[in-house]
Design a binder for this molecule. Structure first.
Ligand SMILES: Cc1cc2nc3c(=O)[nH]c(=O)nc-3n(C[C@H](O)[C@H](O)[C@H](O)COP(=O)(O)OP(=O)(O)OC[C@H]3O[C@@H](n4cnc5c(N)ncnc54)[C@H](O)[C@@H]3O)c2cc1C
Length: 412
């Protein structure tokens, strides 16, 4: 059977490895951390995943936490007005199916153990380019799914698809217990997107973590602005206290339900930033071999739209089909490029939408967000866009399409 090496044990690498394993491939996964190190380490994401991405996990029999994780039925948008009040506030319903967030510490540790129990070869080693040179000669295919780590330097930046060359948000995440429900819809689990114009965004969502149910408070701050204050903070409690102070100042309606929160654990905070970047999919090795980049390695978007894990799942599913369909033919560079191009059909919509959301919203977008408070179909369509971002092309980006859609909804 064909031998495949997957470097990186994240959403994309492990999903692909489990999928290939179930199809009878001889798969090796190389991870720079053990399952216990991941489980006992720091949070890595907010990892909210929507229906299509979750379905890819179910398709390979890997949706192990579905019955335990909170079911996210809606997506709310609030916009702070200049006086600190809520100028806009509504809740869209996810009509395709619920979303879920399972702490990557739980999922990746669990998937690694499953992969090994099913006979997969797990190598704990931080791979360097020189290692890949060696392995490319021993495997039929080497897939690099190492996220935003150093191995990305093997893949050239695609400047035409990467409009930003610097981070557009400073990220600060806290996993907490003790958050109260939103009083407007106490019965609905939802991702709450709070937009503070000119300052940044606060996302709040339920999650399944190592100790059970929790909620995540996630600030995205415009660099150099009032939210960009987490960089030197080492103490997790100070990180949480700063998060709450900023909530009291910029999103008092969210602060009101957060006065009793506590961190889930000492690893429950994360701060950082990165530049959104699209890369060329084929990495060339010094010895002449070629490797194929997967998910964040080749398309890393800012988390403002919560799409990276969704895209990683869709990338893994697309690559799995391409590998299986290719049968016994060689995995050459043409095949690698074609395989990525197939994924880019989906990924390009995520990149367009995410990069648009990083810029100040144009007037027609503000009109749409405002109108969604009066017209539930608009709110629902916006929420469903998180599952299928391609739909935004039809009504969200261009002013004339937005106007036509608003007229259609008003007439209906
Ligand atoms: C703050 C934040 C919030 C986010 N929120 C969301 C969200 O709500 N929804 C969503 O869909 N996405 C979200 N994302 C994005 C999402 O987490 C990532 O896009 C996704 O995890 C990418 O998956 P991946 O498999 O490509 O890479 P990763 O998940 O980064 O996995 C890569 C793995 O490779 C390992 N590795 C790195 N280098 C090496 C090496 N040399 N050798 C061996 N192993 C190596 C890493 O340790 C890691 O385990 C968020 C990201 C951040 C930072």
């Amino acid at each position: 059977m064909r031998k495949i090496l997957v470097v990186g044990a994240g959403q994309a690498g492990l999903q692909l490895a489990l999928g290939l394993q179930s199809q009878g491939y001889e798969v090796t996964v190389m991870s720079n951390r053990t399952a216990d190190e991941i489980r006992g380490g720091r949070v890595m994401s907010t990892q909210c995943m929507f229906h299509t991405a979750l379905q890819h996990e179910r398709d390979i029999g890997a949706g192990f936490w579905e019955s335990q994780a909170p079911r996210i039925e809606g997506l709310g948008v609030s916009v702070a007005g200049p006086d600190g009040s809520r100028a806009i506030d509504w809740l869209g319903r996810l009509s395709d199916g619920y979303a879920q967030s399972v702490d990557q510490r739980v999922k990746m540790a669990g998937w690694m153990e499953t992969f090994a129990q099913r006979g997969g070869q797990l190598v704990v080693h931080g791979a360097a380019v020189s290692d890949l040179d060696f392995f490319a000669r021993r495997y039929d295919l080497v897939l690099v799914a190492a996220g935003k780590g150093e191995l990305v330097s093997m893949f050239a930046r695609d400047a035409a698809r990467s409009p930003y060359d610097a981070p557009q948000r400073a990220l600060a995440v806290s996993y907490v217990t003790g958050l109260g429900p939103r009083p407007e819809h106490p019965e609905t689990e939802a991702v709450r997107c709070n937009l503070v114009p000119g300052v940044g965004e606060l996302f709040v969502m339920p999650c399944l973590t190592t100790s059970g149910r929790c909620d995540i408070l996630f600030w995205e701050g415009i660099p150099g602005g009032p939210l960009d204050v987490f960089q030197g903070v080492k103490d997790p409690n100070e990180h949480l206290a700063t998060t709450l102070e900023l909530m009291e100042r910029f999103t008092p309606w969210e602060y009101a339900r957060a006065t009793k929160v506590e961190l889930t654990d000492a690893g429950g905070t994360l701060a950082g930033r990165y530049a959104p970047t699209v890369r060329k999919p084929v990495g060339r090795l010094p010895g002449g071999g070629a490797v194929l980049g997967v998910a964040d390695v080749v398309v890393a978007n800012d988390p403002i739209t919560g799409q990276g894990s969704n895209s990683a799942s869709k990338c893994a599913a697309a690559y799995l089909s391409a590998i299986v369909e290719h049968g016994d033919k060689p995995f050459d560079e043409d095949w690698m490029q074609a395989t990525f191009d197939r994924y880019w059909q989906t990924a390009q919509h995520v990149t367009t939408w995410t990069n648009a959301m990083l810029a100040p919203p144009p007037e027609h977008v503000l009109n749409l967000l405002g109108a969604a408070g009066q017209a539930q179909p608009i709110a629902d369509r916006f929420a469903d866009g998180f599952n299928d971002p391609a739909d935004f092309e039809n009504w969200f980006f261009a002013p004339d399409k937005a106007e036509a859609y608003l007229a259609e909804v008003t007439a209906g």
